[in-house]
Design a protein around this ligand. Structure first.
Ligand SMILES: Cc1cc2nc3c(=O)[nH]c(=O)nc-3n(C[C@H](O)[C@H](O)[C@H](O)COP(=O)(O)OP(=O)(O)OC[C@H]3O[C@@H](n4cnc5c(N)ncnc54)[C@H](O)[C@@H]3O)c2cc1C
Length: 593
């Protein structure tokens, strides 16, 4: 598959994606299945029994579990063998992240360590830095953290005030500043920090816990993920050797932004893992709890929620592993053991930065929905700390904030696509012009073939036209100032997310029908149809908001009539479809899609 791989990031918006380029969880190898099982049983045995104590920040507990995870190889899946790792594919890292999702604060800690805490050295470090740090980070002997944010600079990360200067004898760097909200700070041995050389050139550095001038603030008192260590990291006349600079002076932004792509994608995985677990807990309760003489899972209102959880989890998972497959294809045969190799891997990941942001938003918002409705299904018990919904509900909320807030990620999605189009890396403008031409023509009604998913595919193709219509019109109107029209950018981002969701779930389901037969996939067909049905409403609303904000009069009328034509759809019986989906989940007693 890698040889014939030609897909570009964001290309799904302008063309049909060939089925064979959409990876699905049903295609996991034996190794993938083994690592999934290993991670899940590690979390069940070593993490879940201790969640309350972890949340109370019991001294040494979480760090000890992280080290045990290292012994099991769970910290080294993304590390080349040369540095003591397993170097397996990106899908494996995503499988590990997904299966840690149930582990609450442990998942946050592991994600920070293996992603943003380790990968900057692997991708940007010198050979000496890699040899010194990576083997220890990959076994858990040392634990890592990533310190970008400051009290005054969060989303605007490059506005950092931390400073680095060379010592008078030219032999050391001297760092001063305070980093805020640093995950794993309480037990990390190694910190990736960012400071401005001479107050000007944003640069990455590696500092160690025992370096002179490094100290920590108290643990933050947080709403959720209470077990993960979050502290201020202070650098007060922190003196480190010259060779601790990471990458080039003045090129820290390359590290900060590239690494966040991976962080975002992994967050998508862990949130979706958590979400499936939360759904299962909600179903178990709904099956046991009796009101009015029957299990509450027999009520339509509860079935609606259970089905909706299943649909969103299925769509999220379809997007997740499709993206994992894309990253694997884009990085196949490339190895971060040389600077050129590392650059090639990063380029492969960056190609799909839009998809990584989509996963971050989708995963965090799916989990928020599922955790919120999970509380609702448990009623008063959902509000009790003695029952399993209180922790996921509180823990879930942070995911929309860190690794780039969901607003920042939403702005990035169309922003990055338009930049790529302007650089000639993605042909958005040609298809956008074609759609404009279509707006002027009179569309006829095509004969139907009656094939499965025929109408869903038609409206999916129409949704891509709606995206091209809104983005194309926006660029014509605002040119490079479109980024300042944030409300329109958000509308466009939401249209894009729905398109990726619809297409990923649809293609995965087609592949499953081919393999498993239609009889076994009725609930999946229902899930795709309901998701498409609801996406049509959302896309239409987003497009209406966008175009009515951009124009009026005859031009608005023309765009609205195009929108109506592209989004032609007869509502389906979502009540019955959801009941069928819910029935399957209720009978299985778990997420079963
Ligand atoms: C528990 C926790 C753990 C964390 N772990 C780490 C870590 O390990 N390392 C690390 O470096 N950081 C970490 N962070 C920091 C986190 O990444 C930031 O909190 C986040 O990036 C947002 O920054 P901020 O809090 O300063 O909010 P702000 O940037 O002030 O944002 C506030 C609001 O304004 C919006 N906003 C900001 N800029 C724009 C814009 N240009 N356009 C539109 N809207 C905008 C945001 O979306 C948000 O809704 C952590 C934070 C928490 C709470």
């Amino acid at each position: 598959m890698a040889d014939t791989f030609t897909l570009k990031g964001g290309e799904f918006l302008i063309s049909e994606t060939p089925k064979n380029l959409v990876f699905t969880p049903e295609e996991f190898s034996e190794e993938h299945k083994m690592i999934a099982e290993l991670t899940a049983s590690f979390v069940d045995q070593e993490v879940v029994p201790h969640l309350d104590e972890i949340d109370k920040l019991k001294e040494g507990l979480l760090a000890g579990i992280m080290k045990k995870a290292g012994e099991q190889g769970l910290l080294s899946v993304a590390i080349p063998e040369e540095y003591g790792g397993m170097e397996v594919d990106k899908t494996t890292s995503i499988i590990v992240a997904e299966n840690t999702g149930k582990g609450a604060s442990f998942a946050v800690s592991l994600g920070a360590h293996t992603g943003i805490g380790t990968l900057p050295i692997l991708y940007f470090g010198t050979e000496e830095q890699k040899q010194k740090y990576i083997p220890k980070l990959s076994t858990g002997e040392w634990l890592g953290a990533y310190a970008l944010t400051e009290a005054g600079s969060g989303s605007d990360a490059l506005g950092a005030k931390s400073k680095a200067v060379k010592s008078a004898d030219g032999k050391s760097w001297i760092l001063d500043g305070e980093k805020m909200w640093i995950t794993n700070a309480g037990f990390a041995d190694v910190f990736i920090v960012f400071a401005k050389v001479d107050g000007e050139h944003f640069t990455g550095f590696i500092i160690e816990r025992n370096d002179p001038g490094v100290s920590l603030g108290a643990e933050e008192k947080k709403m959720g993920i209470k077990g993960s260590s979050t502290r201020v990291v202070k650098m007060d006349n922190c003196i480190i050797p010259l060779d601790r600079v990471l990458g080039e002076v003045g090129k820290g932004h390359k590290i900060a932004f590239n690494i966040l792509n991976v962080g975002r994608f992994k967050l998508g995985a862990s949130t979706l893992g958590a979400s499936k677990y939360v759904q299962t807990e909600a179903i178990k309760y709904a099956n046991e709890r009796k009101q009015f003489g029957v299990a509450i899972s027999t009520f339509g209102a509860m079935q609606h929620k259970i089905a909706e959880m299943a649909i969103r989890n299925y769509v999220g998972n379809s997007m997740l592993y499709r993206t994992a497959g894309l990253l694997d294809m884009a990085t196949a045969g490339k190895k971060a053991t040389t600077p050129e190799g590392a650059e090639a891997v990063l380029k492969g990941i960056e190609e799909f930065a839009v998809e990584c942001s989509i996963l971050k938003i989708a995963g965090s918002e799916i989990l928020d929905y599922v955790a919120d409705e999970g509380v609702q299904i448990l009623g008063g018990y959902g509000f009790s700390a003695e029952y399993p919904m209180d922790r996921p509900y509180r823990d879930s909320r942070i995911n929309r904030i860190f690794e780039g807030t969901n607003e920042i990620n939403r702005l990035l999605i169309p922003g990055m696509l338009l930049k790529r189009a302007m650089k000639g890396q993605l042909n958005l403008m040609g298809p956008a012009m074609a759609v404009q031409g279509e707006l002027m023509s009179i569309g006829g009604l095509e004969e139907g073939t009656g094939e499965l998913f025929e109408v869903e595919k038609k409206v999916l193709a129409g949704a891509k036209k709606v995206f091209l219509m809104c983005a194309g019109f926006g660029v014509q109107k605002y040119m490079d100032k479109i980024a300042d029209e944030q409300e329109i950018m958000m509308n466009i981002a939401d249209i894009i997310i729905d398109i990726y969701g619809m297409e990923s779930a649809l293609i995965r389901t087609e592949k499953r029908i081919e393999k498993e037969g239609l009889d076994k996939c009725g609930h999946l067909v229902d899930a795709v149809s309901v998701y498409v049905n609801d996406s049509v409403e959302r896309i239409t609303a987003n497009a209406k908001n966008a175009i009515a904000s951009m124009t009026d009069g005859d031009e608005l009328k023309m765009l609205l009539s195009g929108l109506k034509r592209f989004m032609r759809w007869t509502p389906i019986n979502t009540r019955d479809a959801r009941r069928r989906i819910a029935k399957r989940q209720i009978e299985s007693g778990k997420y079963d899609m």
